[in-house]
Design a protein around this ligand. Sequence first.
Ligand SMILES: *Cc1c(COP(=O)(O)O)cnc(C)c1O
Length: 353
Amino acid sequence: MAEPAPAGAAPRLVDLRSDTVTRPTAGMRVAMAEAEVGDDVYGEDPTVNALEAEVAAMFGHEAALFAPTGSMANQIALQVLVPPGYELLCDADAHVVTYEVGAAAAYGGVSSRTWSAVGAAIDPAVVAGMVRPDGYHAVPTRAIAVEQTHNRGGGGVIPLTTLRELRRIADDAGVGLHCDGARIWHAHIADGVPLASYGELFDSLSVCLSKGLGAPVGSLMVGSAEKIERARQIRKRLGGGMRQVGVLAAAGRYALRHHLDRLVEDHARAARLAEALAPFAVVAGDGTVRTNIVPLDLTKCALDAPTLAARARAAGVLVSVLGPRTARLVTHLDLDDAAIDRAVGVLTGIFRR
Ligand SMILES: *Cc1c(COP(=O)(O)O)cnc(C)c1O
């Protein structure tokens, strides 16, 4: 929760850039300090082992693997599913092809082909039409990846019915289905879909502890025991074998216990921001705010995104610039109702000027 600023100090910045900016809470720091640890490369860190078992069980899978970042968890999963020279299909705005610095190609030799969709509205027929069979001419498809919730898609939630259709397409084609579930927690809270119902549809998932859940570090890849065994080897190859890392796993376990159900508050605060800003800017994509991300389309505004961000920063409110006319606000654990009130006051003041 947001801590009050000390008396006489300038009020803390209201940081709406991302849900990665949260700091570990007092209770989380106690859990970290008290964590039992061991050498995780030897498989001997009890806190890491407990976290991996808990997260695997949440998604109804056999095993999970702790990784330092969501990017590494995604890239390990993609290497497990797609051999070098084969193809991954995903959204053109997917994190795996937008914000992971070309890792799939650079480290996995993975060729990527993308579809375009508005927000989280995937057309399964389009995906089915893209799958390429084995052969020695075209690039054969080996996996399909989706993002739940969709980050650049404005925090949109892919409906369970769409995911089921994609599972059927993947089965028919004999290819893998991966979920970049950095914010799958938000989809679970927004749509009320049990995590295990998501889990059963995918061959592998990546999930982040360091976004909405508020841990300082950490993600996991989830899958079958066989896939996770392969994943352990790839993680070590990528330099992600860590030692007494139970101190970080403890933060993740604490986050899962204390910060999952409260995401409903972040969603309500995001909706409040969107409503307050509606007279001035449209919500980008399909125009709805389902989770904790508010993407603003400023094409019809006098202000561009860098100007909005600079003026907001001068008044103590930080927002992200995603493009010349696209800004983004994200709610999280370190923002309370008072912080949202301040942001609404500052941002509506800037738009009115
Ligand atoms: C943040 C994020 C990740 C992982 O990012 P890291 O910074 O590498 O932990 C993966 N996918 C999505 C959709 C994300 O938003």
